[in-house]
Design a protein around this ligand. Structure first.
Ligand code: FAD
Length: 388
């Protein structure tokens, strides 16, 4: 049996960062992964350009039972710390929107950088773990033999996109050690519409519109995209993070339109409602909304003013009750997971099991869309790496 200081299960974003820091401190590190290659999600992320951080990341960008838990790791390893490393490797990047940094060329550059940074770690790929045994140390039984270490770091990610190697193994390890796991759910995946809405919106697949979406206390002004299942696009992905099954989402289809300004604009009064709405909405969306709600398609000056304002009010406070979010096959992340009550926030070590750590997406910390999830992987991996 081979002995190590640290075994990290999962060669993804968090595991690689942890391996980098621990090896830099002189630790003998083994990284185990059942995939053939490390960092598969890094490669496909950000449409192949990896949105590797967000300069404005604070604990408020994360969904977590205890949001304050996120503060310590984020403060110990900030977006600017990661950016320093990106700079050293001369990786070109750009700020797409509000501090969301993407590679100019390819995600592969981020992965190459991380692999270079943890070149002193030993990797066992295609390695399937069957059992973890805890004695005076951690024993990991695998198809490639048994390995022992004083510290075990679980960096197995969430359940999103099984074909990239996602499993629930991290949650199983947590349960083995009697840790609370908040039942995981897919997130950043958009919405499945109910049958009634889909009847009218199904044919809009491919249509996009700039809207304002509200869910709970969150409001996003972003494009929405209709699909054959429901709603996608940045607005829906962002809102899906905060969605619970009983929620109703509100959509303002006319976010830049003010009733007072426009109704009294006499230039508009001689046009039909449909044409008027087409000035603000994609034509197919107007048609679907008129059909669904039986709007009287009269000229504006033939409509009662009250009727017109009721229509606008409906369109600006449009309620949709999705059946669910889309699911793990499309989800960028898995929300919930290992309860942060079980972990020290400054090291990610399990309070009740010395030497056991959980980092990255397997933990109940989920970032909004925009580079926040990688930043959590880097920050949590970093603090664990310092402490293993
Ligand atoms: C399509 C897509 C695009 C994304 N784009 C972005 C983006 O641009 N910006 C951003 O911030 N976030 C993005 N994300 C989210 C981001 O990729 C994850 O939050 C991040 O990778 C989580 O890091 P992790 O190390 O915790 O898990 P992962 O990166 O998922 O790594 C987990 C590793 O554990 C391994 N593993 C799992 N189970 C086992 C097992 N039983 N035995 C051995 N190994 C196992 C897996 O093979 C994998 O290598 C995206 C996600 C997806 C799916």
């Amino acid at each position: 049996m081979s002995n190590y200081d640290v075994i990290i299960i999962g060669a993804g974003a968090a595991g690689l960062m942890c391996a980098r820091v621990a090896t830099a401190l002189g630790k003998n590190v083994l990284v185990i992964d059942h995939n053939e290659k490390p960092g598969r999600k890094i490669i496909i992320s950000g449409g192949g350009r990896c949105n590797f951080t967000n300069l404005n990341a604070t604990y408020e960008n994360y969904l977590c039972k205890n949001q304050h838990f996120v503060k310590s790791a984020l403060a110990q390893y900030t977006p600017y710390d990661f950016l320093d490393m990106v700079g050293k490797y001369k990786i070109k990047y750009f700020d797409k929107q509000y501090g969301a940094l993407f590679c100019q060329n390819s995600s592969q550059e981020i992965l190459n950088m991380l692999l270079q940074e943890c070149s002193k770690a030993k990797f066992q790929m295609n390695c399937k773990t069957s059992k973890i045994i805890k004695s005076d140390c951690f024993e990991v039984a695998t198809n490639l033999g048994n390995f022992k270490a004083n510290s075990l770091v679980v960096a197995t990610g969430g359940l999103s996109i099984a074909k990239l190697g996602a499993t629930g193994f991290g949650y199983d390890i947590a349960r083995q050690f009697n840790l609370k796991v908040i039942p995981p759910k897919p997130a950043l995946d958009g919405f499945k519409l109910n049958k009634d809405d889909l009847k009218y919106f199904y044919d809009l697949a491919g249509v996009s519109s700039n809207i304002l979406i509200s869910i709970k206390h969150k409001i996003y002004k972003e494009p929405i995209l209709f699909t054959h299942q429901g709603l996608s696009g940045p607005a829906s992905l962002k809102a899906s993070l905060y969605f619970d099954e009983t929620d109703i989402i509100k959509i303002n289809w006319l976010p830049d339109f003010s009733l007072n300004d426009s109704f009294y604009d006499t230039n508009n009064l001689n046009i039909k409602l449909e044409n008027f709405l087409n000035l603000h909405l994609p034509k197919r969306l107007t048609a679907a909304l008129i059909d669904k709600h039986n709007f009287k398609n009269l000229k504006l000056n033939e409509l009662k003013r009250k009727y017109f304002s009721d229509i606008i009010n409906l369109l600006q406070n449009y309620e949709v009750k999705p059946v669910s979010t889309i699911g793990y096959q499309k989800a960028e992340v898995t929300k919930f997971g290992v309860d942060t009550d079980e972990l020290y926030s400054n090291s990610m070590e399990v309070k009740s099991v010395k030497g056991l750590y959980f980092i990255g997406e397997v933990v109940d910390v989920t970032g909004e869309l925009g580079g926040y999830n990688f930043q959590w992987a880097w920050s949590s991996g970093y603090v664990a790496g310092l402490n293993v």
